[in-house]
Design a protein around this ligand. Structure first.
Ligand SMILES: [Cu+2]
Length: 146
């Protein structure tokens, strides 16, 4: 009599342990990895599509290069937030376009035609949002880990 009453209790406990393990497993799979500098890449590519930037967020190591490739039919002008001055990324400003400092500003400084690309080297750690200057409702983000 005593044994038959214990069985359901043990069964429930076993289920709880199994559920706990399963939950731990799925939680660790969902954890994003960009915060780990050691695993971050030195380069990343963002495809410009008719639906926006793909992927929307990329992570590179400090000193890494991000390249945007326009695979859409319409022109696209990737540039640092905040529209229209593009000054969020340190040292960046749309005013530096067409000056010798243009390469130090996170700004394509022109419309990329379909098939064209733009690369920028990120020497500042942080999260750097950007947008399409000719359609400022299109956003993306570059995360630079140090
Ligand atoms: Cu802009």
């Amino acid at each position: 009599m005593k044994q038959t009453r214990l069985f359901p209790v043990i069964g429930v406990m076993a289920l709880l342990v199994l559920a706990g393990c399963a939950q731990t497993g799925s939680t660790s799979q969902q954890t994003p990895t960009p915060a780990n500098p050691a695993s971050a890449s030195m380069s990343a590519t963002v495809n410009i599509t008719s639906n926006g930037y793909d992927p929307q967020s990329v992570t590179v190591k400090k000193g890494g290069t991000v390249t945007w490739v326009n695979t859409a039919d319409s022109p696209n002008w990737p540039a640092s937030a905040v529209h229209p001055t593009h000054e969020k990324y340190p040292g960046s400003s749309i005013a530096k376009c067409n000056t010798p400092e243009a390469s130090t500003t996170f700004d394509a400084c022109k419309e990329l035609a379909s098939g064209e690309s733009y690369s920028f080297v990120f020497n500042e750690a942080g999260e750097w949002p950007y947008h399409n200057h000719v359609d400022a409702a299109t956003f993306g983000k570059v995360i630079v880990v140090g």
